[in-house]
Design a protein around this ligand. Structure first.
Ligand code: CU
Length: 362
């Protein structure tokens, strides 16, 4: 996929303004950005937001195509997985910064891909620049805390544990320190795919996304550095509900959208870190051909599904195919999160019009 440099991204979003938001939101109606602006100007006594901070990284949003190849071997082996935890400032959207926590500087964390029966040596390093302990709980681990106790690391420390992937399916992993809701809401989650011995059915493309919610002291879109808000989190009232950690990150107007050709198939891996909200996961302009609820790839799929629930701490594996060109907008169909809280990603379909299936100008 093409990547838009951050400087260009700022310009594009500024030029788009509220209209751009409405346009990318697709079937959602335009957000009330005008109301928000006038409300802000009428309350000058409110304390000003902290100034936005210099980002430590250009982007925190994972590239949905940067995932391991499907497993292509007929026997188990030992697999080494290394992850580093970071606390780092990045932009939620232009002008809005937050101190994220992440595995390997990306949200969702890297997709780990192994085969049932593999032995996994998992090494976790807590970057020495961090201020908090971190660890990892993988739902693919049969063992205390999914590995959480064995992997607890203070800043500058490294820990290692070994587990056998005894069951196939797609599972979430996340930080599980005592303040785990804070750490997950700041970005510490990802997916481990344990493939069955026979592998997954062949598809033309695979894409990986993750949703989580950010609880801050500010309003969505309010420029400045947003601090974490424990009150907003306890009320389960997020400021942002994001796919891949930033507002509309994986869309043509921000970092670009991955694409597929008409006639091709794709598999979507989707993890919901939460920590608290479900996703009502829907592909606008398409339908899920198959859904493996809860990432249970060893079960029979549901077919021709419009919107599939994905619980926090769970995943879904779903397939679709392209019959017509145009965007597929992946959204949480709790649409206030799309219109006002930054949630959406896009997969572009490229190719010839197919008027028999869809004709915009008959
Ligand atoms: Cu953590």
């Amino acid at each position: 996929m093409t990547t838009i440099p951050r400087s260009t991204r700022r310009r594009v979003l500024k030029a788009l303004g509220a209209a751009g938001t409405a346009a990318v939101a697709g079937c959602a109606s335009a957000p009330g950005s005008t109301e928000q602006e006038s409300a802000a100007s009428e309350t000058p006594t409110e304390p000003a937001m902290n100034q936005s901070q210099e980002p430590d990284v250009d982007r925190i949003a994972a590239d949905p195509t940067d995932i391991p190849e499907p497993i292509d071997r007929s026997s188990p082996k030992t697999v080494d997985v290394e992850l580093t935890t970071q606390e780092l400032v990045a932009e939620v959207e232009p002008g809005v910064t937050y101190t994220y926590m992440a595995f390997d500087e990306q949200i969702p964390g890297p997709m780990i891909r192994v085969r049932k029966g593999d032995t996994v040596n998992l090494t976790i390093t807590n970057d020495e620049s961090n201020s908090m302990p971190h660890n990892i709980d993988l739902h693919a681990v049969r063992g205390p805390g999914g590995g959480a106790e064995a992997s607890m690391v203070s800043p500058g420390e490294t820990a290692e544990f070994t587990f056998k992937a005894t069951y196939a399916g797609s599972y979430i992993y996340h930080c599980a320190v005592p303040n785990l809701d804070y750490h997950i809401s700041s970005g510490m989650f990802g997916m481990i795919m344990v493939e069955p011995p026979e592998g997954l059915p062949e598809v033309d493309h695979e894409f990986y996304f993750g949703q989580h919610e950010l609880y801050t002291t500010g309003e969505a879109g309010e420029e400045g550095h947003h601090d974490f808000s424990v009150d907003a989190m306890k009320a389960e009232d997020p400021t942002y509900v994001l796919t891949n950690g930033e507002k509309y990150a994986i869309t043509p107007d921000v970092y670009g959208a991955p694409s597929m050709e008409v006639g091709e198939t794709a598999r979507v891996f989707f993890a919901v870190g939460g920590p608290n909200l479900d996703s009502s996961f829907h592909p606008i302009g398409s339908v899920w051909d198959e859904v493996y609820p809860q990432g249970a790839t060893q079960s029979e799929p549901h077919r021709n599904v419009q919107t599939t629930p994905v619980k926090p701490g769970s995943t879904v594996v779903a397939t679709l195919h392209a019959e017509v060109p145009g965007p597929i907008k992946l959204v949480d169909h709790a649409l206030t999160r799309v219109a006002r809280k930054g949630n959406m990603a896009v997969i572009m379909r490229e190719g010839e019009e197919n008027p028999e299936v869809f004709d915009p100008e008959p």
